[in-house]
Design a protein around this ligand. Structure first.
Ligand code: KG4
Ligand code: ZN
Length: 386
């Protein structure tokens, strides 16, 4: 079975073509065209710009995917597309491209929840060849036969959720953020520190040289009995710390040399000391606060639901310190539960994960639709799928 999948929920235009056979996936092509540079000057994703860029990139990315896969369009058996959640102007470009392909090739269309894609990225196991999964060359993989229950921690720019799976395609959200997503918090703190966009990798880099105990930031909801998260208060705590800097210059906009040679940055008439050590300590302390909350809730949930596996997904799960500390906590507290990290390129947005999720939907006879009945839905809920 060959699936062509499309992902445009945020700022990556992505297409994959994957051949599935029993327990194996052969990645024929996997193209990700990132818009990061275009959005970085705005400090975040601008939905209308994302939509315009998806529109511009879609045809070239599709062409390249077919060229790399070296197969004719007629060989495609199913079209799959992310139909939510995400930015509606962005989702609509992918969904409409998928509908056009489904109509012209006369193939069924499978709508895939973006979070389901992040989860099923973990099913791609053990490369049977040596190539990386992202790139132009074909790669063959085994598909995972997991032991359930599985606990999924999905941490991305738009979502922070703990999802319990008792079997394939069966999802129960047991906790989620009540305000900002973890990745959104990383992006906002990076913006405050004038590091750039996307913030996660930049904060992680700064944090390596910082002191994580320098600032005692709040660990929001860490002691609440539920598995929900909140990150907006942490963001405010960082802002207040920056404002409380004793070496804040007078309340006027200026860019001038500090006595020690550093430079004052200017933001909304508030000048902040931006020397590197300060940025590194803020980054390390902030990152540790996020990691503490994520790990504490994940381990507690894993214990309560007696899960056999913990999996991660979404851009924030690329964070090496999060991975390391989660592994340490798991080994200490629930040594019999398994936890394997995911290839970085499969953690962030891509279309390969959408193809894998679509494959499991298809073999379970779910979500196989006519092109007319698949719609983009910015708030699509994962639990409604099973
Ligand atoms: O899953 P993703 O690519 O897109 C969404 O579905 O949102 O996640 C993007 C998010 C961004 O907020 C980015 O700052 C964050 O993932 N991120 C990281 C790291 N790499 C990406 N956060 C923390 N540490 C990282 N190394
Ligand atoms: Zn994502």
């Amino acid at each position: 079975m060959i699936i062509l999948s499309i992902e445009t929920s945020c700022d990556e235009t992505a297409v994959a073509i994957v051949r599935f056979s029993k327990n194996k996936a052969e990645v024929l092509s996997n193209i990700v065209s990132s818009q990061v540079k275009a959005h970085s000057k705005y400090g975040g994703v601008v939905p209308s710009l994302a939509s315009r860029m998806h529109l511009k990139n879609m045809a070239p990315v599709l062409r390249r995917a077919f060229k790399n896969a070296k197969i004719s369009k007629k060989k495609i058996d199913y079209i799959a597309v992310t139909n939510g959640p995400g930015l509606i102007p962005a989702l609509m470009i992918g969904v409409n491209a998928a509908k056009s392909l489904s109509y012209t090739l006369n193939r069924p269309l499978v709508g895939v929840n973006h979070l389901e894609g992040h989860i099923y990225a973990n099913w791609l196991k053990q490369n049977l060849e040596v190539e990386l999964p992202i790139g132009s060359s074909t790669s063959k993989f085994c598909l995972w036969k997991p032991e359930f229950p599985i606990l999924c921690l999905i941490v991305s720019g738009g979502h922070t959720q703990i999802i319990l799976m008792k079997k394939d395609l069966n999802y129960k959200i047991i906790g989620e953020t009540v305000d900002d997503a973890a990745g959104e918090a990383f992006d906002k703190i990076a913006k405050l520190l004038e590091l750039g966009y996307p913030g996660g990798p930049l904060i992680e880099k700064m944090a390596k040289k910082g002191n994580r105990n320098k600032f005692k930031f709040t660990r929001p909801m860490i002691n609440s009995k539920n598995y929900n998260f909140s990150f907006s208060g942490l963001k405010t705590a960082v802002l207040y710390e920056m404002r409380s800097q004793q070496n804040f210059p007078p309340d006027k906009a200026c860019l001038e040399r500090k006595p020690n040679g550093g430079v004052w940055g200017v933001r909304k008439n508030i000048e902040v000391s931006l020397d590197d050590q300060y940025k590194q300590d803020i980054s390390a302390s902030f990152q540790q606060a996020v990691i503490d909350v994520l790990i504490s809730k994940t381990i507690r949930a894993a214990k309560q639901y007696k899960v056999k596996n913990i999996i991660l997904g979404g851009g924030v799960s690329v964070n090496k310190e999060l991975q390391k500390q989660l592994r340490e906590a798991k080994n200490k507290e629930i040594p019999n539960t398994k936890y394997q990290t995911l290839n970085n390129k499969l953690s962030t947005d891509n279309a390969l994960m959408i193809a894998i999720a679509a494959y499991y939907n298809i073999i379970n006879n779910k979500n196989i639709k006519d092109w007319r009945s698949v719609k983009a839905d910015a708030n699509l809920k994962i639990s409604t799928l099973s």
